[in-house]
Design a protein. Structure first.
Lengths: 249, 257
């Protein structure tokens, strides 16, 4: 997937305000790409544009070389999934866990028995058990309901999953467990992951490539081959390292 | 002074959410409560401001505010303490914003209600607080929906500080804040503590953040204290604390996969 020169303009007090401006990025198949930046930098806006929840004011989105236009077609939508920061905002309180994970399959006309098997398989793969199947998301802990949202996003075997701050609000032990599940699933199904976070340490441990976003622009990139950082991105790296030293001491 | 003595809270008369918890919090002191989710951290804060859900009960123990049991205040008396003497930043801070009020007005309402200021003075005070929490003053006329998550947390924090409470209870103040904002929040809390002499109880998963602000850290696991550590004393001993330390992802130049 590739985004070319995408911008998103909001109106603020009668003036144009760029939430993101001329962002260029690509993600390879099966890649773990981190988008890291301070709050309000436009990370979520980029994620939403990439999965087709929000139209870009300017620019193009290409999937496997073909341009896709907003609103994305029914064929494209299942390939792109998003997991929100707050699982409660995307899960229905009326459906039990099994039905929640099964719903996307039913909506995409999978036969009943097959959809049940696929949903069950994913529920077990994200680390939930039989005891969770008949419960509701609001009976589960934050980490568990985040796993349900993850299973729901992965059940259609999408090409790309955007994880929007999935670990924030979780304790560090749970955050690592969830990130490990994501890594395992992405490896198994070849899904590309766009990992949006403000926790540079977490992105550093899981991503093959990290893009720094600040003020709606890409301000730096770190990968094995490349290291290019703007002063803001450099500050973020320095603060994170300084903070680690508190722990070591 | 806040004093908690042998506190035990149970949900539906069965599961103990907190057991045998004792500590005291003086003005100008900061205590951090750290633990995994479900450890009883939020229950503790709710017990301190008497907002426990109906199915939860304080079974044993005592909570004293200025040497008087908080359960002996009438609802009306205690309501007067909330906000003015004891402020609380809830976990889902964003839900406490009013979508119809610009943030400056939202913050100003606190000083009008609790400090008896007029609108003009209250709004000037609100502007000061907006800058103190690190928001640009241009945002003061924005509505909550126009702000990012981190900005909303800071707005609620400003609204909390404007009331001038002696004790503030913060439930996961760093959730949704990026690291630079977390560091500036830690500095801000330290500043408030020094200048205003506010007592703080901070519930968090973020050990480094708590470490920067608090004099004492209480590690909770399933409602029980597994470790208490004071600043300047040797490092953590418990298994839980070590797990917490190990699970904080580290960066160095080598390990980008």
């Amino acid at each position: 997937m590739e985004a070319r020169d995408i911008s998103r303009v909001f109106m603020k007090s009668g003036k144009n305000f760029y939430a993101i401006e001329n962002v260029n990025l690509f993600i390879r198949s099966g890649e773990f790409l981190g988008l890291v930046g301070p709050s309000g930098s436009g990370k979520t806006t980029i994620g939403r544009i990439l999965v087709g929840l929000l139209p870009a004011t300017r620019g193009k989105i290409l999937l496997e070389g073909n341009e896709i236009c907003f609103p994305f077609s029914k064929k494209v939508r299942p390939m792109l999934q998003l997991v929100f920061q707050e699982p409660a905002s995307s899960l229905s309180p009326r459906l039990n866990i099994l039905d929640l994970v099964r719903e996307p399959l039913i909506l995409n006309r999978f036969p009943a028995d097959k959809s049940k098997d696929m949903a069950l398989k994913l529920i077990y793969e994200v680390g939930l058990g039989e005891e969770h199947l008949n419960r509701y998301y609001w009976e589960l802990s934050g980490g568990e309901s985040q796993r349900v949202a993850l299973a729901r996003a992965m059940v259609l075997r999408p090409k790309i999953v955007v994880l929007d701050e999935v670990s924030s609000g979780l304790d560090p032990i749970t955050a690592i467990e969830i990130s490990n599940s994501v890594k395992k699933l992405s490896g198994r199904y070849g899904t590309s992951i766009i990992f949006i976070t403000h926790d540079l340490g977490l992105a550093w441990s899981y991503c093959e490539r990290i893009l720094f976003i600040s003020h709606g622009k890409i301000s730096g990139e770190i990968s094995e081959k490349e290291k290019r950082l703007s002063p803001q991105a450099r500050k973020m790296v320095e603060v994170t390292i300084k903070r680690q030293s508190i722990l070591s001491s | 002074m806040f004093e908690v003595k042998n506190l035990e809270v149970r949900y539906r008369d069965q599961i103990p959410a907190l057991q045998n918890l004792s500590f005291s919090l003086r003005k100008g002191e900061a205590i951090g409560v750290v633990g995994r989710s479900g450890a009883g951290k939020t229950t503790l804060l709710k017990a301190l401001v008497r907002t426990l859900p109906r199915d939860a009960k304080v079974n044993k123990g005592e909570i004293l505010y200025r040497d008087k049991s908080i359960f002996k205040f009438s609802e009306r008396e205690f309501n007067r303490l909330r906000g003015k003497a004891i402020g609380m930043l809830p976990q889902n801070a964003q839900a406490s914003l009013n979508p119809f009020l610009k943030i400056r007005k939202f913050i100003a309402e606190g000083s009008r209600r609790h400090q008896g200021m007029g609108w003009k003075q209250a709004k000037a005070e609100a502007l000061k607080l907006i800058e103190l929490v690190g928001l640009e003053s241009a945002w003061s006329s924005a509505y909550p929906a126009q702000l990012s998550g981190g900005m909303r947390t800071r707005t609620v924090l400003a609204a909390l500080l404007v009331c001038g409470a002696d004790y503030i209870l913060l439930d996961e103040p760093t959730s949704g804040l990026d690291i630079i904002a977390q560091v500036s929040l830690a500095e801000l809390l330290n500043k408030i503590r020094k200048i205003e002499g506010v007592g703080m109880l901070i519930v968090s998963h973020e050990l480094p953040f708590v470490w920067q602000v608090c004099d004492k850290i209480i590690m909770l696991e399933r409602g029980k204290v597994v470790e208490e550590i004071e600043r300047g004393h040797p490092g953590f001993q418990s298994k839980l604390a070590r797990e917490f330390l190990e699970s904080v992802p580290r960066i160095n130049d080598g390990n980008l996969k």
